[in-house]
Every structure is written in structure tokens, then in C-alpha cells.
Design a protein around this ligand. Structure first.
Ligand SMILES: [Zn+2]
Length: 89
């Protein structure tokens, strides 16, 4: 038997939610406790955390799509006579 009830399966299932802070305090502390006892899952959690943060950073750094901005600007020009709010003269 390779499987024993150490909570790894549940911990890994909830790891993504845990890292996105979408778990309630009870579930979160259960996983925290498991990570302290289980080097394997702790390592997995660290890797997931790095990936999550990298993805988040990439999304944040992504430049606003220029053509969308142009569309919004020309829409505002056409409908309001102003290029953009706060650009009044
Ligand atoms: Zn584990």
C-alpha cells in the first residue's frame, strides 16, 4: 500500500485556493499545519506560490492593448467631443 491518510491529497487539491487566499480560516490553517509537517507538500506549495506570483506579475505588466485604447478614445471623441475625461481645456 502506497497510500496512507496523511492529508497530502486534500492539501494539494486545495493548494491553488490556498495560495489565492480563497479558503476560509479553518481550511487554511489545516493546510498550513499540513505544510509544516510535510516537506513534500511544503515544497510543492513554494513552487506553486512562485508560479502564481509570476503569472500575476506578468498579467499586471501587460501593457493595455493600444487598439482598445484607441477605440475608446475615438468613441469618446465621437460621442462627447472630448478625447478623454480629465483632458478638458
Ligand atoms: Zn503532504
Amino acid at each position: 500500500m502506497t497510500s496512507h491518510d496523511c492529508g497530502c491529497e486534500q492539501a494539494r487539491e486545495q493548494l491553488a485556493d490556498f495560495l489565492r487566499r480563497e479558503l476560509c480560516d479553518k481550511d487554511r490553517s489545516e493546510i498550513n499545519t499540513h505544510l509544516q509537517d510535510c516537506p513534500d507538500c511544503d515544497e510543492e506549495a513554494r513552487m506553486e506560490l512562485v508560479i502564481t506570483q509570476t503569472v500575476k506579475r506578468c498579467c499586471a505588466d501587460e501593457p493595455a492593448p493600444a487598439d482598445l485604447r484607441d477605440k475608446v478614445a475615438s468613441f469618446l471623441r465621437a460621442h462627447c467631443g472630448n478625447a478623454a475625461p480629465g483632458n478638458k481645456d
